[in-house]
Design a binder for this molecule. Sequence first.
Ligand SMILES: [Cu+2]
Length: 104
Amino acid sequence: MLRRAVLALPVALAARPARAAEARVTIDNFVFTPATLTIPSATSVTWANHDDIPHSVVSANRPPDFKSPVLDTDESFARVFDKPGTYLYFCGLHPHMKGTIVVT
Ligand SMILES: [Cu+2]
């Protein structure tokens, strides 16, 4: 999972030098992949729903610091993580689906 984020960086930086780096989390078969994504700060994370049913992405912090709309098949949601920390999240429709973003 770390390897995946690192590999994505040069491509994102080359394509858009002034923009945040980018990383992706895919949603399929009721699972966020990778379950834990480690990224440097100022990285934009995009969750893409490749499942055939809707899902969402909701921060587990109180109060939540991000919340996607319901994502239908092939819809996505992006958020930039600027502050180092550990961000737990879950699917608002299926709370047993959980994931973590670690910002270093
Ligand atoms: Cu879900």
